[in-house]
Design a binder for this molecule. Structure first.
Ligand code: HEM
Length: 330
């Protein structure tokens, strides 16, 4: 039941956008007004969340660690798992962001006969997530050819590598195949794994269906139902240079693609997709574990009025002496 609601929402958006892509007034709305509104929502929402995170309290040093801490020079420390300086933090962050290192350690707990708790390797999620994110990045960079004139050389180079299988015309791009396969895998595991299905929310399915919708309409446009790419480029360049014009010939499928992309952008800052920005601001990741070597003062600390032992002894000096208790200062 949970996947059905988001699926119907996406299908309804697709239907509306397809219909809207055929009428002059709604084409203006979908082709110009909606993308601007979505980008504005994205930028405002993204900045708002990042600024709020940056302002949130961080009274303690709380990096997550899982290796030998830096101590004596002759004890080998684990400088990536337990970074003690900026170099370690940067390396750990880079490996996390580029290679999803912590996901690589994903293991699976099962109860076997006995009963016996068994931990097994599970690298599929790591592979699926990595394949999806990297393909998405390549696809987004490829779209620069629609927004930049002349097309940057690296985009052309990337396309040559991506299409090296030289299958069909236009050439089949590996990232298109990989992104669909990865998204289907990510969806499949939510359907087939009982525990995962139980904790999955509407929004988990929504994000996956939305991305699948975008990718599938893009693929349909590239390989099956050609759209007027000149017209799309004219629209895209118009949007980024703030002088939008609506070309007449672009087909309705393009408006479905663009509407779904706009929905993704508008939805992004209010969803779990914000992990893209959050990873950089995560104190469990971006701090060095050096709290034994360096004193970190809580920024909220205000001067506290203390009553030292010496002062206390002085105050009760006579009473302590009369009761026969020892004094530090006679
Ligand atoms: C999150 C953003 C987007 C994603 C994930 C996405 C995804 C895709 C994918 C997977 C394809 C298939 C071909 C390829 O891989 O190049 C595609 C094609 C296409 N996309 Fe997008 N897209 C996005 C944004 C946009 C935007 C903003 C526009 C236009 C303003 C656009 C216009 C097109 C067009 C015209 C094609 C067909 C290209 C061709 O015929 O070679 N896309 N898109």
């Amino acid at each position: 039941m949970k996947p059905l609601v988001p699926l119907f929402v996406i299908l309804a958006v697709i239907g509306l956008a397809y219909g809207g892509g055929q009428l002059a007034d709604t084409r203006y709305l979908l082709g110009i007004v909606l993308p601007y509104a979505a980008i504005a929502t994205f930028l405002l929402g993204f900045s708002y969340r990042v600024i709020r995170w940056a302002h949130s309290a961080l009274p303690f040093h709380i990096p997550t660690t899982c290796g030998q801490q830096k101590t004596l020079p002759w004890i080998r420390s684990s400088w990536i798992e337990n970074p003690h300086n900026k170099r370690g933090v940067l390396t750990r962050m880079a490996l996390e962001i580029l290679l999803f290192r912590s996901l690589f350690r994903n293991s699976r707990a099962q109860i076997e006969e006995g009963p016996r708790l068994l931990y097994t390797e599970n690298k599929w999620l790591w592979l699926g997530a990595l394949a999806f994110h990297w393909s998405l990045l390549v696809i987004l960079l490829r779209h620069l050819r629609l927004f930049v004139e002349p097309v940057p050389r690296f985009v052309i180079g990337m396309d040559t590598i991506d299409g090296f299988l030289q299958i069909g015309a236009p050439q089949l791009l590996i990232t298109d195949v990989v992104v669909v396969a990865a998204l289907l895998y990510l969806l499949k595991r939510r359907f087939t794994d009982r525990r995962l299905r139980y904790i999955s929310l509407y929004t988990d399915y929504f994000a996956l269906f939305l991305l699948l919708g975008i990718v599938i309409t893009g693929i349909l446009m590239r390989y099956f139902f050609k759209v007027d790419l000149e017209g799309v480029k004219q629209l895209a360049l118009g949007l980024v240079t703030f002088s939008p014009t609506l070309p007449a010939a672009v087909g309705p499928l393009f408006f479905v693609h663009l509407t779904l992309v706009s929905l993704l952008f508008a939805y992004f800052p209010y969803s779990k997709l914000m992990h893209m920005g959050g990873i950089f601001l995560s104190p469990t990741r971006n701090l060095a574990n050096d709290s034994r070597r360096q004193r970190h003062v809580n920024p909220w600390n205000y001067p506290v009025k203390v009553h030292t032992y010496q002062e206390w002894e002085e105050e009760f000096h006579d009473k302590i002496k009369n009761s026969g208790l020892p004094l530090e200062k006679e």
